[in-house]
Design a protein around this ligand. Structure first.
Ligand code: ADP
Ligand code: MG
Ligand code: MG
Length: 892
């Protein structure tokens, strides 16, 4: 097995083996671009090292060989005191993990070769000592775990002592003294001297990069980003070129298009007389590429040409890192660049216009997650609000409100009708009421899998986590000297992680306005809106999955239709029992005779019919799946505690109220230990005579009424919580009788089917299909019952721990657990279709709008997904993407 590849041996498709950086360095080398020579040690070598704790057999010999080749290509030997070759040792995994792993520059410098380097540079002592101190600093930090701030403190001291603020103002003598100071820091923390042997430096740096794969923060990052843990990182050993040789040298980063907006035209930052990360570290103010053009026209022109070559070659936005050494341009890195959601859409459409990619490929260049980001309301930053700090955008959205520091206070302020931002160091299950009451959540600790983040995402609430510059105390928080107190107003942006002082106005997203058909005409030509329109239209033309919505009202149905819904996959009927209808429901529940019950039901029936008619009208011509009542009836009654207190008080005062007493008795009777597993769904329909019949009649009558108006109703009656075909058969027999009676000779056809949400239903789908014209997978309940999780309890109680331990990478309520719950879906699909080939299959529940889940449902072969109106465009896009992406391919 070969463990080391010269840059001339690799190419961009070998990312698994060479990592992204190595594969692209090889690609650029093969394109004939000016890349300093070097070689890549494979991810396979890393995996072996991590498994066995030592180098793979033969690795050392291969490194020797490639190092010798590099030395002869460069005409210099590593660390030669007279004329040293220096190298960088750079990590580079398959997926970029920004800031997660490290790089050591200037390997090969020591007390002797520092003089050789100075001579190479024409007697530039300052440069040589600056390079040496950088090596000790980077080597100390990344290889030997010396706390980085110790070096920074020493550097700061050196500058203060000299009365300067800029690194460039330190001269050779200052830097030589700094090297001495750094060496002391090094010995103090490691117990040994900074290694002088160049080869030992190299070997230790390589091992450190290997080990960095398993550093805590890298592990955490991989879990968050769902990057497999066993890939390992490659190591690139690259001959050094120097941007810190003087004013004719420098280093920079550039993008072939603007990664923020997607706007055409190069974009970048340059810093003269600098090395490595100085540009991004914000040490000095950077120059623009236009400035570089003035400083060094030749290098600039070459850079432009190379960028055009790279874009043409990768057929996408590229970002690059480059260094200019005494007027000679060197390419140090390129990759297909990260970009904002808006830029992703705009660039994909631009590339189609430019004839670089076709629309199918454009679909693979954007994601539903990015579209979702574009649909959240956003802060209008035109007033230039004061930015307080920045954390991790953990749950998107834009929220402002009064700062509160306790869950209790959040509930109080919200009850007074004012918006609240709950600020905590971190949250725990006790904070749940406050989190529910708050408009937004801000924490100073924890990442995307912290309790706050997981719970907020579950609730769809704006959340920023880990704003670690923020010191949170009991009734205030501080950012530097700035104090924000309880009652002050702040605004948090859960997409960007930014926190602002005061109330920043929120404006709706253009993309949503476009869907709604009320986009400001001035924005009609907005390139982003045009790009979204174009790509979504293509997704619609490409996808096999149809997209329906979950909607319970005419208004929701109408909105979902504007968002592109092709019907309703789940119309819940329970809301139709709330509000001023509660009284009728109470009568139904308290009925002491069949006659009383029938009376309550017949009072409810016309109300239901009117509800259905409105929805059928809005969805005229499209299917509407109506679910018969699902939740347990006691959910419609007052709470046990409140009622018990009320009755006790009445009795105390000698004024008993018979109705309340009956109600209390009923609530007690219906109380369940596990309501989710209790008397609900079809069970309720079989126990309360006339309840389902009333709903079926209302549906049938509404359909007949719409048909009489000349409309085309397409109702589908869905029976919830079926676990056995006999349950469905019983309901079906009665429903068919009622439908026949109501419909008569009218041209109305009503399907009858069931939800598959109890594991037993999935496992006996072949039998159930005999009695069902369609299945709709209720994946929320299927997940609850498949895992044995009570959703309301587990998300706040322990999901954060499961995520931390990697038991799952994402909550199974957010994205379908393909291996377990998904297997139930597959079984039911296959056995259901075998029994009834024209069985219609869909899914309702939030998984229907989750990108990964949509791809799964496409692969399983369902006919449609159904999701909330807002997720409809996302499901449309992802269904299109699923249709053009090859099976099992990676759409990260
Ligand atoms: P990251 O993955 O964090 O971008 P890199 O391996 O790209 O880390 O290294 C960081 C910076 O170090 C690069 O941007 C480049 O400026 C500098 N660098 C790396 N290798 C060399 C080299 N051989 N010569 C000069 N500079 C280098
Ligand atoms: Mg880099
Ligand atoms: Mg359910």
């Amino acid at each position: 097995m070969k463990f080391v590849y010269d840059f001339s041996e690799g190419n961009k498709d070998l990312k698994d083996l060479l990592g992204g950086k190595g594969a692209n360095l090889a690609e650029m080398t093969n394109l004939g671009l000016p890349v300093p020579p070097g070689f890549t040690i494979t991810t396979e070598a890393c995996q072996r090292f991590l498994r066995q704790g030592t180098h793979a057999d033969g690795l050392t010999a291969e490194i020797d060989e490639h190092l010798a080749a590099l030395e002869s290509a460069m005409g210099r030997e590593l660390g030669d005191p007279a004329d040293p070759l220096l190298v960088s040792v750079r990590s580079g995994a398959k997926f970029s993990m920004p800031g997660m792993m490290e790089t050591v520059l200037n390997v090969g410098l020591n007390d002797a070769s520092v003089d050789g380097l100075s001579r190479q540079a024409g007697g530039n002592d300052r440069f040589a000592w600056d390079s040496y101190r950088r090596l000790i600093q980077m080597f100390g930090k990344t290889v030997c775990e010396v706390p980085g701030h110790e070096f920074e403190d020493a550097l700061h001291e050196a500058k203060t002592a000299k009365g300067v603020t800029d690194d460039v103002d330190l001269d050779a003598g200052d830097l030589r003294a700094l090297v001495t100071a750094y060496k002391k820091v090094f010995v103090k923390h490691t117990g040994h001297d900074f290694p002088q042997d160049p080869r030992e430096q190299l070997d230790q740096a390589v091992e450190a990069v290997f080990r960095s794969w398993n550093a805590d923060r890298a592990i955490l990052y991989r879990r968050q980003e769902r990057i497999p843990a066993d890939l390992g990182t490659a190591v690139n050993v690259v001959a050094m070129v120097f941007g810190n040789l003087g004013a004719d040298s420098g280093t920079g980063v550039a993008f072939t298009r603007d990664p923020a907006t997607g706007e055409q035209g190069v974009y970048g930052d340059y810093l003269s007389n600098a090395q490595g990360e100085d540009v991004v570290a914000g040490i000095r103010n950077t120059l623009s590429l236009a400035d570089l053009e003035r400083l060094d026209k030749r290098s600039y022109d070459e850079l432009m040409q190379i960028m055009a070559t790279l874009e043409g070659h990768y057929r996408d936005l590229c970002d690059i890192e480059f260094t200019i050494e005494r007027g000679k341009l060197w390419m140090l890195q390129t990759r297909v660049g990260k970009r904002t959601a808006a830029a992703a859409f705009t660039i994909a459409a631009q590339l189609v216009d430019e004839g670089v990619i076709d629309l199918d490929e454009a679909l693979t260049r954007v994601t539903g997650g990015q579209l979702a980001q574009l649909m959240f309301p956003r802060f209008d930053l035109s007033g230039d609000p004061e930015s307080l700090t920045r954390g991790i955008g953990a749950s998107p959205g834009a929220a402002f409100g009064e700062v509160v520091f306790t869950s209790r206070r959040a509930v109080e302020v919200a009850a007074e009708g004012r918006p609240v931002i709950l600020v905590r160091r971190e949250t725990n299950p006790d904070d749940l009421p406050g989190m529910i009451a708050a408009n937004g959540i801000l924490t100073s600790r924890g990442g995307k899998t912290s309790h706050a983040a997981v719970v907020a995402r579950g609730m769809g609430k704006t959340c920023v986590c880990g704003a670690d510059r923020m010191e949170v105390s009991a009734a205030s928080f501080a950012i530097g000297s700035h104090i924000v107190r309880e009652g002050d107003t702040i605004s948090v942006d859960g997409t960007t992680g930014r926190v602002y002082l005061g109330e920043v106005p929120v404006r709706p997203s253009e993309v949503v306005q476009y869907f709604e058909g009320d986009l400001d005409p001035a924005r009609a030509n907005d390139p982003l809106v045009a790009a979204v329109h174009r790509i979504l239209t293509h997704a619609d033309a490409t996808r096999r999955l149809r997209v329906r919505t979950n909607a319970d009202t005419g208004a929701d149905a109408a909105r979902a239709r504007r968002f592109g819904a092709q019907g309703i996959g789940l119309c819940r009927t329970e809301h139709m029992f709330l509000g001023d209808r509660r009284e009728l429901v109470e009568r139904l529940i308290l009925a002491r005779s069949d006659a009383e019950r029938a009376e309550a039901l017949s009072a409810l029936q016309p109300l239901q019919r009117a509800d259905f008619l409105e929805i059928f009208r809005e969805m005229n011509g499209l299917p509407v799946t109506v679910r018969l009542i699902d939740p347990p009836l006691h959910e419609f009654l007052p709470s046990l505690e409140e009622l018990a207190v009320k009755v006790a008080v009445q009795q105390e005062h000698g004024e008993p109220d018979e109705k309340d007493e009956q109600l209390l008795a009923a609530v007690r009777r219906m109380h369940e230990q596990n309501p989710m597993l209790g008397l609900r769904g079809v069970r309720l329909g079989l126990v309360i005579p006339g309840l389902f019949a009333m709903q079926v009649r209302a549906i049938a009558e509404a359909a007949v009424a719409l048909a009489a108006e000349g409309g085309n109703p397409r109702p589908e009656i869905m029976v919830p919580l079926v676990g056995a075909v006999q349950e469905l058969e019983t309901v079906r027999a009665e429903a068919e009788r009622i439908i026949a009676e109501v419909v008569g000779s009218a041209n109305v056809r009503i399907l009858i089917g069931t939800m598959i949400e109890v594991p037993r239903a999935a496992l006996t789908a072949g039998q159930i299909a005999e009695a069902a014209e369609f299945f709709s997978f209720g994946t929320n309940d299927l997940t609850q019952m498949g895992w044995g999780f009570s959703r309301d309890d587990v998300e706040g109680a322990f999901f954060w721990r499961y995520l931390e331990l990697g038991i799952f990478g994402i909550s199974p309520f957010e994205s379908i657990d393909a291996d377990g719950v998904g297997r139930l879906v597959r079984i039911a699909t296959d056995e259901g279709r075998a029994a009834r080939p024209d069985l219609k299959l869909g899914v309702c529940g939030e998984h229907g709008g989750d990108p990964d889940s949509v791809h799964f449902f496409h692969r399983v072969g369902l006919d449609y997904v159904s999701c909330s109106p807002f997720r409809v465009p996302i499901a449309r896009l992802e269904a299109g993407r699923a249709a053009v992406t090859a099976e099992g391919s990676d759409h990260r």
